[in-house]
Design a protein around this ligand. Structure first.
Ligand SMILES: Cc1cc2nc3c(=O)[nH]c(=O)nc-3n(C[C@H](O)[C@H](O)[C@H](O)COP(=O)(O)OP(=O)(O)OC[C@H]3O[C@@H](n4cnc5c(N)ncnc54)[C@H](O)[C@@H]3O)c2cc1C
Length: 398
């Protein structure tokens, strides 16, 4: 086996899942994560369909994820008085297993920590490749050599920037911004969520951690804004400007926002790249092919990508040229299908015009009585299952 020592940037979903499978196939993974420690909580993500579940089952983490699942039921669209107008089935948002991203990262970390070196609070500053490997410099850790480097560092991937160029070339803004933070469950929501939609805006609350808290979610339509990603007061000012006087719980949630422990604000975007590998560096998960936070597909795509990338490296006995090409062949159509879902959901969840918003609010009301009532959930399931996974397990036991 060649290229045993693999550095992964990012310890969320794709990174630890990749480390898990690399170790199973005989590689030695190291993970560098910018955050000083595992980031708990966060928003809900989900897995759906047999492709996702079979990988989680083979990793031995399915039972842990089921224990930590959110247990969310149906969600409702409400009017300005908070009265439910239409109910969306749980399957549409929660898939087969819905879990907070931080809880998922914790389960994956626990499944890998014994055989993976984790370096928290650090980031790669340069990658210099030669015939035998890559010299990596970090913000804090002294320079080290690795055989391969994999970027699993999300939508704003540092590895992608260092290897392929500035993110403007690859990150496509879908015309929306998203904010999310933890707040009190002051509506007393019981494993459910309420969403209030107007033209170009959606504000929602869903209960979390078995109703002990709630997540406040905001989406609004906007062209790309010139914002500093680390300037939280600036982002909060933009959100306040967009939603003050917007109705329903908007003003209350904007007040809560000022004390939120975990304010998140970002563009709703996709990553589109012609290739996911250059030399000894490759990308996986959102870094390679983010389908957008609205697609409901990102965590599953990250998991499947990690499984396939590690498997192809093992199948090629560590030959990265062969493995990276095979990884792209196996994954490309699947990732594109997930991105298509992301495009569609963005347009339907936060329609730009008042007419379309009013039409959809009415349509959702009668949807449960229409023959195509499960269409959106079925489409999501189809996209999630649209891959035939190779069984790489014989390589693991060799
Ligand atoms: C609000 C919101 C709602 C979402 N809802 C859903 C959903 O319902 N269903 C679903 O499937 N998906 C959902 N997603 C998407 C899902 O969270 C992502 O697709 C998934 O987490 C991708 O995993 P990843 O490991 O590729 O990247 P990420 O989860 O983005 O992780 C990247 C990791 O890299 C780290 N990192 C960043 N920069 C550096 C650096 N310089 N050096 C080292 N480490 C670095 C980060 O700290 C992070 O730990 C949602 C996303 C958002 C934002």
């Amino acid at each position: 086996m060649k290229n045993i020592n693999v550095l992964i940037s990012g310890a969320s979903v794709a990174g630890p899942a990749l480390a898990y499978w690399l170790h199973r196939h005989g590689f030695t993974p190291t993970i560098v994560e910018r955050a000083p420690a595992l980031r708990d909580g966060g928003y809900a993500v989900d897995f759906r369909g047999e492709a996702h579940l079979s990988i989680l089952r083979r990793m031995g983490v399915l039972a842990d994820l089921e224990r930590a699942r959110t247990g969310m039921g149906a969600m409702s669209y409400v009017n300005s008085a908070g009265k439910p107008q239409a109910t969306m089935p749980a399957d549409l948002f929660a898939g087969d297993i819905e879990i907070l991203r931080g809880d998922l990262a914790r389960v994956l970390y626990d499944a890998t920590k014994e055989h993976t070196e984790y370096i928290f609070g650090d980031s790669i500053t340069s990658l210099t490749e030669d015939a035998d490997g890559v010299t990596v410099t970090f913000e804090r850790t002294p320079p080290r050599r690795f055989d391969l480097v994999i970027g699993a560092d999300g939508l704003h991937s540092n590895t992608r920037r260092l290897t392929f160029g500035p993110e403007e070339r690859f990150v496509k803004h879908l015309g929306l911004y998203c904010a999310i933070f933890t707040t009190g469950n002051h509506l007393g929501l019981d494993h459910t969520g309420h969403a209030y939609r107007t033209a170009g805006k959606l504000v929602a609350m869903y209960s979390a951690h078995h109703n002990t808290q709630a997540k406040a979610v905001f989406y609004f339509a906007s062209p790309p804004l010139d914002l500093d990603r680390r300037d939280v007061p600036q982002q909060q000012a933009v959100l306040a400007e967009q939603f003050t006087g917007n109705g329903w719980q908007s003003d209350r949630l904007l007040r809560d926002m000022r004390h939120a422990p975990d304010f998140y604000f970002d563009t709703v975007a996709q990553v589109r790249m012609d290739t996911w590998a250059r030399g000894r560096v490759a990308l996986v998960g959102d870094a390679a092919s983010c389908p957008s936070s609205l697609s409901g597909m990102g965590s599953g795509l990250a998991l499947v990508g990690a499984y396939v990338l590690a498997g192809e490296l093992a199948a090629a006995r560590g030959d990265h040229r062969v493995a990276f090409a095979r990884y792209e062949q196996e994954m490309r159509a699947y990732a594109e299908g997930c991105q298509k879902m992301g495009d569609g959901v963005a347009k339907l969840m936060v329609p730009g015009s008042r007419f379309l918003a009013a039409f959809l609010n009415r349509y959702y009301k009668i949807m449960p009585y229409l023959p195509g009532k499960n269409m959106a959930a079925n489409m999501a399931r189809k996209a999630a299952e649209n891959i035939t996974l190779r069984d790489y397990s014989d390589l693991a036991s060799r």
